[in-house]
Design a protein around this ligand. Structure first.
Ligand code: DX5
Ligand code: ZN
Length: 213
């Protein structure tokens, strides 16, 4: 393994066949499963919630990387932690007290991640990096899979990398393919989320491998 954590988004799964879909990406070399939770308020789309995470946890043998694109994430940290999330990533734009939410996540023994939307200035979040296990830089507007990568967002990685401890996981999400993956890892990302690129390839294993560079 190259040291890059590949986290396929389950947004493209055929949910009637959840177990088969999970085995497919696990056998293809995925490191984590990226679970996109959307509430129709913070983002204009609705996906899945706690019961589905609970079911996935029973089947999956790799960590669940849960991306909360929801308002008031603090209300749902415990339910998602109890459901088996290994990493819980909330949005900076959705909370008032960042440190409080990070502490709450960690109190359940779960890794704490925070994400920033394309319009958020990375300067605003530097002070929180030392408290986080993961920072997620969105490279599309959150809400939908299959959108085009925004290079300006990836440029934020340079500043974040400069201030990040070696142990911080720097993740990118949105429009990631073999080419954009290389841009992001070159700028310091060490975890890549990918949906469309992986599921619409003919060979999921090869697609995952190609992201490792
Ligand atoms: C977008 C989600 C992403 C998305 C990635 O709001 O957070 O995880 O599923 O899909 P692609 O790789 O197709 O952009
Ligand atoms: Zn995501």
């Amino acid at each position: 393994m190259s040291g890059i954590i590949i986290s396929p988004s389950i947004l493209f799964f055929y949910f009637a066949n959840l177990e088969k879909e999970i085995r497919l990406v696990e056998n293809a070399g995925a490191d984590w499963l990226h679970v996109d939770v959307m509430d129709g308020h913070f983002v204009p789309n609705i996906t899945i919630g706690v019961p589905v995470v609970k079911s996935i946890k029973k089947i999956a043998s790799i960590p669940l990387d849960v991306h909360l694109m929801i308002e008031n994430p603090e209300k749902y940290i415990k339910p998602f932690a109890d459901a088996g999330a290994d990493i819980l990533t909330f949005h900076f734009e959705a909370v008032d007290d960042v440190i409080k939410v990070i502490k709450l996540i960690k109190s359940f023994g779960v890794k704490a991640g925070m994400s920033i939307k394309p319009k958020t200035n990375p300067e605003e979040i530097l002070e929180y990096l030392e408290y986080l296990d993961l920072i997620l830089v969105m490279t599309v507007e959150p809400g939908f899979g299959g959108q085009s990568f925004m290079p300006d967002c990836a440029d934020k990685l340079t500043l974040i990398k400069k201030y990040a401890a070696d142990s911080l996981i720097i993740q990118v999400d949105g429009g990631i393919n073999a080419e954009t993956a290389r841009i992001c890892t070159g700028l310091g990302a060490n975890s890549l989320v990918a949906g469309n690129y992986i599921y619409n390839s003919n060979d999921v294993g090869k697609a995952i491998q190609s992201l490792r560079g």
